[in-house]
Write a protein that binds this ligand. Structure first.
Ligand SMILES: Cc1cc2nc3c(=O)[nH]c(=O)nc-3n(C[C@H](O)[C@H](O)[C@H](O)COP(=O)(O)OP(=O)(O)OC[C@H]3O[C@@H](n4cnc5c(N)ncnc54)[C@H](O)[C@@H]3O)c2cc1C
Length: 632
């Protein structure tokens, strides 16, 4: 049932303080309860965040300081900031793939450099987080965020070179370690779940065999008109825009949403719209009301078969769609997603923290968090530390030093560095660096990151999937719009389960949206939705949805669900401009380009700085930022 399957929705389509104090402090709004414990949590025995369950991703304790800064907490000259006395060559704010890559690139040029990486979370990796479970005798891994090495464009020489230096050859590893056909070889395919609230009755329709669209849809609760319109959209070769050239058609399609294309051009029954509404959730983070028809055409969505559109990208396409229209990068998925890239970077920067030598053995290796912020190590990673103030010491034009203030355990600390890379969310930078030129701050504020939820659910077995003949389900009207069995990858000592009687991990994805609003407003609404939803609500929806879909296959939510990790990403994908809502800026004038300009000894990275929500963008932007700092 469906379209091109890509990385994001591959299921959706069918020192603690030493030294003296310095002037400064917090105005009301930024709480400063008591002194930090002598040993930070990450230095204590048993600290192992990948195995934590419950609300993860943007976990409690990770975002409150940043939000209080946004809400008006400012630094004054009255309070006390503890100067740690530390001096580094480079401080990196943000321990995602971009921040870790920046540290890597800097050290490659300055072998003896002393580097500190700060991140507000209790684990490094940014979106590239590892969810780890012990299921019986087996270690089970899944990505908490960044899913796989895959991009709409080939990896640049820089990004590809970094992967190779880390020992990752995606083409070789994909061939050697991935069994993409495993579930299909068991006869398991895709299903669509129609929920009663949206469609009138709960019904799972399983695609498979030789069944036509007409036969499949006949099992659904959709009206006869909606069924026949969907079958026509999926199968008929009709030119809905006769008399226009391919270029003219593409131009028109770039200016209308897919929803409008279906309703107004193919004249689909409104009943058919609900079937397609969430099809774009995983890739774009909004529904079909906010994605252009031309962009979804590039992903093989239906309805365009008879339009005879010339292959390839066209003006007016978004970054992702244009890239996929022209080809894409190689693809490889580690069992913990791109957390393996983050872990390999950490192994390179702080070798004592993670044993092993290869991209294969890293998967099962256990990381010793207590080694990450070791004063003896030239590179250090300090977790639970939110930067709140980053300023050039003296005039930015001639400054030789940056002061970075961060809050950890409720206490503000200051360190100094020769240079600083801000590899954090770009929209936060105006709060960190209020002295940036106003136009640059305005540019940095433009983008709104895409909110997403990836829930990792441990099940005692997957016999209900086998009984129903499914490995993945799209649920257009439900709380989670897709769920799927963990991908089968065997790498190093890591082995995926092969028998339906064995425990397994399932991923369920939710994209909170507000249909009808412009994309950035939908994301703002989605961010609120995520942060105002408690774990009990997520759990109720997970258990309830699984029971309704898998119940007929013998699933019992009380008995079969053994653990849940909800990865919340209110600030998820980097914003990629949407041709339906954003201006077509002249070359070099787009907000992310204006926003990432170097400011004295401070340079700006993160995938946001590339306006591309991909790991190669995170790496490329890190490289550019480091080059800018090393130029003089
Ligand atoms: C659910 C999800 C799935 C994805 N799937 C894929 C995929 O399959 N393939 C792909 O290529 N890309 C994927 N992406 C895109 C992903 O964002 C990038 O690939 C990459 O991981 C981004 O890295 P980054 O370092 O630029 O940003 P982040 O990973 O966002 O790292 C930035 C870090 O800086 C921290 N930070 C922010 N402010 C501060 C502060 N003031 N002080 C200290 N730290 C701060 C943040 O909390 C974060 O930890 C996915 C993203 C999400 C959310």
């Amino acid at each position: 049932m469906g379209a091109l399957i890509t990385r994001r929705d591959f299921l959706n389509g069918v020192s603690v303080a030493v030294g003296g104090s310095i002037a400064g402090g917090l105005l009301p709004g930024l709480a400063m309860p008591g002194r930090a414990a002598a040993a930070a949590p990450q230095d204590q025995a048993g600290y192992y965040p990948p195995a934590l369950t419950g609300l993860r991703g943007s976990h409690v304790g990770s975002f409150e300081v940043a939000h209080s800064l946004r809400d008006g907490s400012v630094w004054s000259q009255s309070g006390k900031i503890t100067d740690t006395g530390e001096r580094y060559d480079l401080v990196v704010v943000g321990g995602g793939i971009s921040g870790l890559s920046a540290a890597y690139f800097y050290r490659a040029r300055r072998r003896d450099a002393r580097i500190l990486i700060l991140d507000n979370h209790d684990d490094f990796g940014g979106h590239a987080k590892r969810n780890e479970f012990q299921l019986g005798a087996r270690l089970a891994l899944i990505n908490g965020g960044t899913f796989q090495i895959d991009s709409p464009r080939p990896y640049s020489a820089v990004a590809d070179g970094l992967l190779k230096e880390l020992g990752i050859d995606p083409v070789v590893l994909a061939k050697k370690c991935t069994d993409r056909d495993f579930y299909r070889s068991l006869g398991l395919g895709r299903g669509v779940f129609f929920d009663r609230e949206t469609f009138g009755a709960d019904k799972l329709v399983v695609a498979g065999g030789e069944a036509s669209w007409t036969q499949l849809l006949a099992q659904s609760p959709l009206s006869p008109q909606a069924q026949s319109d969907i079958a026509r959209i999926e199968e008929a070769k009709i030119d809905y825009l006769p008399g226009l050239s391919s270029a003219e058609k593409k131009s028109r399609l770039s200016k209308m949403s897919y929803r409008d294309f279906l309703l107004n051009v193919t004249k689909a029954d409104p009943g058919a719209i609900a079937f397609y509404q969430a099809r774009t959730h995983g890739e774009w983070g909004v529904g079909i009301d906010a994605v252009s028809a031309l962009d979804v055409w590039a992903f093989g969505f239906p309805g365009f078969q008879g339009l005879e559109l010339a292959p390839g990208s066209a003006p007016g396409m978004g970054y992702t769609a244009a890239g996929y229209a022209d080809g894409a990068s190689y693809t490889f998925h580690f069992p913990d997603g791109n957390a393996s890239i983050a872990r390999l970077l950490v192994r390179s920067l702080v070798p004592e923290s993670l044993p092993g030598r290869s991209a294969e053995d890293v998967v099962s290796a256990r990381l010793d968090y207590s080694r990450l912020d070791d004063p003896r190590s030239p590179a250090r990673i300090r977790l639970g530390s939110t930067a709140v103030r980053v300023r050039n010491v003296g005039d930015p034009a001639s400054s030789a030093e940056v002061e970075i203030v961060y809050v950890r355990g409720g206490e503000p600390y200051a360190v100094r560095a020769g240079s600083c890379v801000l590899a954090c969310y770009n929209m936060m930078i105006p709060y960190l660096c209020p002295e940036l030129p106003e136009p640059q701050k305005e540019a940095l504020r433009y983008a709104v990151k895409v909110p997403l939820i990836y829930a990792s659910v441990a099940l005692a077995n997957w016999t209900p999937f086998k009984a129903l003949g499914i490995s993945r389900v799209h649920s257009p009207g439900s709380y989670f719009s897709s769920l799927f069995l963990n991908q089968v990858v065997d790498i190093g000592e890591y082995r995926s389960p092969r028998s339906p009687a064995e425990p397994v991990l399932v991923q369920m994805t939710r994209t909170p949206v507000a249909p009808g609003l412009p994309e950035r407003d939908q994301h703002r609404a989605g961010q609120l939705d995520i942060l105002s939803t408690n774990f009990a609500t997520f759990e109720r929806n997970i258990r309830g949805q699984l029971a309704r879909i898998l119940g007929p296959g013998g699933f019992d939510s009380e008995r079969d669900v053994t653990a849940i990790t909800v990865n919340r990403w209110p600030h998820g994908y980097a914003y990629e401009y949407n041709p339906l809502f954003d201006p077509d800026w002249p070359e070099g004038a787009a907000p992310h380009v204006l926003g990432r300009a170097r400011f004295g000894r401070i340079a700006i990275a993160n995938s946001d700085a590339g306006a591309a929500a991909y790991t190669d963008s995170a790496i490329d932007q890190a490289h550019r930022a480091v080059q800018e700092l090393l130029q003089n």
